[in-house]
Design a protein around this ligand. Sequence first.
Ligand code: IDP
Ligand code: MG
Length: 152
Amino acid sequence: MIERTFVAIKPDGVKRGLIGKILERLENKGYKIIGMKMLKPSVELAQKHYAEHIGKPFFQRLINYLTSAPIIAMVFEGENAISGIRHIMGSTKPDEAEPGTIRCDFAIRKEANVIHGSDSPESAKREIEIWFNDDELYDWQNIIEIMKCDNE
Ligand code: IDP
Ligand code: MG
């Protein structure tokens, strides 16, 4: 099924100059970026995004982390993009993430694990609505889709 998912390169990924390397993996796989912006999240936005973690001992540190520098907020689209991108990201704890995943290859601590990706269709819908207006998402065809139409 073609799905949309919310992905963010978190402040540590931006500060460490990993934007290109992370995007390369998701683009190489074949997922399509349909929305993208750089922004420094407000505390309100960060709290809304991580609402499921309110009350946990690490919540305040998590909000401080997400609001500490700009992030790259994106919506990716593709076949089973939600679970597929979670797979490429790897486990929340980078020391347990499989080699070859972004979190294993680029991070050491869960407090700075460089990337976020929605974990379910419900989260994806909720998060996309939090971070993007409808007019910030683009319906465009990649080269394979254009060639397919040309041949029909
Ligand atoms: P996810 O990012 O893999 O979906 P979640 O459990 O939703 O993981 O947690 C959101 C983020 O909160 C994680 O990516 C990580 O940065 C941070 N986090 C999760 N668990 C802990 C913890 O026990 N201590 C500190 N930070 C945590
Ligand atoms: Mg999560």
